[in-house]
Design a binder for this molecule. Structure first.
Ligand code: HEM
Length: 444
């Protein structure tokens, strides 16, 4: 057997400024940075940013090895908790190995086809309600409106509308939730007043208090919102979530579902505005289906499905996954020692010319038969990750995104300048800094 190689040493030209390293290069254009490192060092590339040395895993083979994690060398908790902070502790993505396996088995019961049917029924009225304030003919920042919409949907679908909570208290809870999410981009990473992290520590307490207040009622009755579902699900062996588990999972699930769905819908809105023939095709299917399709109906929408896949390829809401090696391992013949932070660059894979034709071009048909470019490699298209931590909400996400687009397409038409390139902020998940302005016009 060949001896594994050592991780290459970072060349002087790639070291960047002292301490800052490649941080600004990443902020400007992450994919360009990844391409440079891939070309210079191959699929296991050294990296240095904000005083921290790490390894980039680039290309579907290296990403696939880390995600499959055959020798259990890659752990999530020590990696993700450094990035998103301690505010999501106990969430499914932040636990590992046997404990993760046990929790995932229980959580799977919340995403069965029958449960998804129930969530889909709740989606339509929640979307209708959320869209009520949207005006046609006026320019508005689509990304921020969609963020509010997905938050409103979550309040209903996740918490069952929290019926005894007044609007002011609900707004406080929403603010607390956003404070936890925004902490990921904090520079000062400690409980210091007037910083993002300081606010997030207080916010986590607000969320815990709020959810704990509802727990007895949610335990007492079965409804089809996710909070109630988490209180009642159990495996065949009778394993169930404790009260603390339910709270930890609720806070993490709301985070996992929120920005990811917002980014996907705002990306779709942009591309459908720039490619009117696709917008027409999606609208024709939406109009043919009726106003509130069930799960099977939403899943039968072919055009929006192709568009969603292409949007997730071009702008993966989670462009990089992180892992931390808990023992020595080897990826693509390169030895990675225990204690190494690794960035699994799924967005980079999505744009590799080796696997996709004209990868920067919006071309949803690439996902249709006979082309099926996503099958060029098992890990060519991985917006939901892979292996044991693969997104458990992926079908739910598809239903939510398609349902939102279904309502928008039936109600409005819009156009976006074909030359528009959203100025993306890459501090945490990529979002358009200009809010992605748009004008929606009522359909005739
Ligand atoms: C388009 C929307 C979404 C995208 C792109 C997305 C992406 C991802 C990715 C890449 C991971 C893997 C993380 C890792 O391996 O470290 C993940 C995990 C996860 N996602 Fe999603 N997600 C989306 C929506 C959702 C929704 C709607 C929910 C819940 C309703 C959800 C719940 C979760 C959970 C619980 C995990 C952790 C799974 C585990 O560790 O076992 N996600 N997601």
């Amino acid at each position: 057997m060949r001896e594994p190689h050592q991780i290459a040493t970072l060349r002087r030209a790639d070291r960047g400024l002292p301490w800052v390293g490649g941080f600004f290069d990443y902020q400007r254009d992450p994919v360009r940075l990844y391409r440079r490192h891939y070309d210079n060092y191959g699929p296991v590339a050294p990296s240095y940013m904000l005083g921290r040395t790490s390894v980039m895993l680039l290309g579907p083979d290296a990403c696939g090895e880390a995600l499959q994690n055959r020798d259990k060398a890659f752990a999530n908790e020590p990696a993700w908790s450094q990035l998103v902070g301690p505010f999501f502790h106990g969430g499914l993505m932040l636990i590992d190995f046997d404990v993760h396996h046990g929790h995932r088995r229980i959580m799977q019961e919340a995403f069965t086809p029958a449960r998804l049917d129930g969530y889909t029924r709740r989606l339509h009225p929640a979307i209708e309600q959320g869209l009520r304030g949207w005006e046609s003919g006026k320019r508005f920042p689509a990304h921020w409106r969609l963020k509010q919409l997905t938050l409103d949907i979550a309040a209903d679908l996740f918490m069952g509308g929290a019926r005894d909570t007044g609007p002011a208290e609900m707004a406080r809870v929403n603010r607390a939730f956003l404070a936890c999410v925004q902490a990921a981009a904090g520079i000062v990473r400690a409980d210091v007043p007037f910083t993002r992290w300081g606010r997030a520590y207080r916010a986590r307490r607000v969320l815990e208090g709020f959810l704990r207040g509802y727990l007895p009622a949610k335990r007492a009755t079965r409804t089809d919102d996710i909070f109630s579902v988490l209180c009642h699900i159990e495996t065949e062996d009778g394993d169930r979530f404790s009260d603390d588990d339910v709270i930890n999972h609720m806070i993490f699930l709301m985070m996992a579902a929120h920005d990811t769905s917002t980014i996907t819908t705002s990306t779709i809105l942009q591309y459908l505005g720039q490619y009117p023939q696709w917008q027409e095709r999606c609208r024709a299917e939406a109009l043919a289906l009726g106003p509130a399709p069930d799960r099977a109906g939403l899943e039968s929408l072919t055009a929006i499905d192709l568009v969603m896949r292409e949007a997730l390829r071009l702008r993966a809401p989670v462009p990089v996954l992180v892992r931390y090696t808990v023992k020595d391992t080897t990826v693509q013949g390169v030895r990675i020692p225990a204690g190494t932070m690794c960035a699994v660059g799924i967005q980079f894979t999505h744009l590799m010319e080796e696997y996709w034709t004209n990868p920067m071009v919006f071309d949803p048909e690439r996902f249709a038969e006979p082309r099926r470019e996503d099958r060029s490699h098992r890990f060519a298209w991985e917006p939901f990750g892979g292996g044991v931590h693969k997104c458990i909400g992926l079908y739910f996400a598809g239903l939510e995104v398609k349902a939102i687009m279904h309502h928008l397409l039936r109600r409005y038409h819009w156009s976006v300048d074909p030359a528009y390139l959203p100025p993306l902020d890459h501090h945490s998940l990529p979002f358009p800094k200009d809010g992605q302005p748009i004008v929606l016009l009522e359909n005739a």
